[in-house]
Ligand binder design. Structure first.
Ligand code: ZN
Ligand code: ZN
Length: 369
């Protein structure tokens, strides 16, 4: 067999040597050394690391939106990310158009459908309950089963208006009627209170912006983790970073880690503005921040590969193994100082940089810009 791509002399994050062959978009062989002819040979010379392609589980990349938007390849392959999951930019009335435009990009694009019919056209998409149409969501799920991987409900004051917890209850009903598909819930300022939100979530529901620095967050005023937050965490609710412009705080993440409350997945909540102006920039920078908080690097790679693949049920992604999609991220690790800034302007100086080099999608190699 002539491989389409043969990656030579790579190393995994545990420093073990690895070579990978891809054919027709799929990983067909993985070993310490591989021989054989290939159309493209990518020799990493033992210097670069390779992992399964990075998955960013919370982005905004429907370019026709005016509030939160970006271009999938700007936050995807250009940043070493092979799969992006748009978190609720669109709802049942515009997700079809998003699907069409996403087909022509190089990055894998998937979506969580907003339960509000037009998604985030304005900040208050859940303030009018008539915009939540169970049947329309159901139809969209039937129409785009490979594109829509879950539901999104944004549960904070400016989004829900006077509706309190009701939109989340409606989201849970839609979830139950559609095979218990993944549900991501955004948290922020009250109402609704975080306690009301978390008490309604089940095991494997995803709470994004988990370490935000807001009053309605996980910490009480004495810096203790609120009891009901532990209840949700122990129940198996998935804590996702969802950094965003306003939603990642170093101190909250550090207190949580010290108490052994761990984020399960690392995501950016990136869109053009917080990419260009910060504080997000890209997924690699978000990984660097969690490294600075005290997470271990192998663990962090797991939280942008295997973990999001598991929680969003992407059965062919997240692992460097035979039969999985030919998506890989090539990156370097360098001892270099860098100032990192969270969403509240707090800074840390990190000494380790994670520098993506190439994104490989279905066996096709793209240089990181
Ligand atoms: Zn959000
Ligand atoms: Zn978001």
């Amino acid at each position: 067999m002539v491989y389409d791509l043969l990656v030579k002399n790579g190393k995994l994050i545990d420093e073990s040597q690895i070579e990978i062959a891809i054919k027709d978009g799929v990983i067909v062989a993985v070993d310490k050394t591989l021989e054989g002819a290939a159309v493209v040979v990518l020799d990493l010379s033992g210097e670069s690391y390779v992992s399964a392609g990075w998955i960013d589980g919370h982005v905004h990349c429907y370019e026709k939106m005016s509030l939160y938007y970006d271009f999938p390849d700007e936050i995807g392959i250009s940043k070493g990310v092979t799969t992006v999951i748009d978190a609720g930019s669109t709802g049942p009335k515009n997700i079809g158009d998003f699907y069409q435009s996403a087909k022509s990009v190089k990055t894998n694009v998937l979506a969580l459908i907003n339960i509000s019919e037009w998604g985030i056209v304005a900040q208050d998409e859940l303030a009018d309950l008539t915009k939540i149409n169970h049947d329309l969501v159901h139809q969209a799920l039937r129409q785009y089963p490979d594109f829509i991987v879950g539901l999104k409900a944004r549960m904070s004051k400016t989004v829900v208006g006077n509706n309190g917890i009701i939109p989340l209850e409606m989201a849970k009903e839609i979830q139950k009627d559609n095979g218990d598909l993944p549900l991501m819930v955004h948290i922020g300022s009250a109402p609704p209170e975080l306690s009301e939100i978390l008490s309604r979530l089940d095991r494997c529901d995803i709470v994004t912006h988990c370490f935000n620095g807001k009053e309605n967050g996980i910490l009480a005023s004495d810096d203790q983790i609120k009891t009901f937050v532990w209840d949700a965490y122990r129940k198996g609710v998935i804590f996702d970073i969802g950094h965003g412009t306003d939603s990642f705080n170093f101190h909250v993440a550090e207190v949580a880690l010290a108490a052994e409350m761990i984020a399960a997945t690392i995501s950016t909540d990136i869109y053009h503005r917080n990419r260009e102006d910060g504080p997000v920039h890209d997924l690699a920078t978000t990984i660097e921040k969690l490294l600075e908080v005290g997470y271990q690097l192998p663990d962090l790679i797991d939280k942008v590969t295997a973990k999001p693949a598991e929680f969003f049920r992407l059965t062919k992604k997240g692992h460097v193994a035979k039969g999985f999609d030919g998506d890989l991220t090539i990156f370097n690790i360098a001892k270099q100082d860098k100032i990192l800034t969270d969403s509240n302007g707090n800074q840390r100086v990190s000494h380790t940089r994670i520098i993506p080099q190439k994104a490989i999608v279905g066996g096709i190699v793209y240089d990181v810009k």
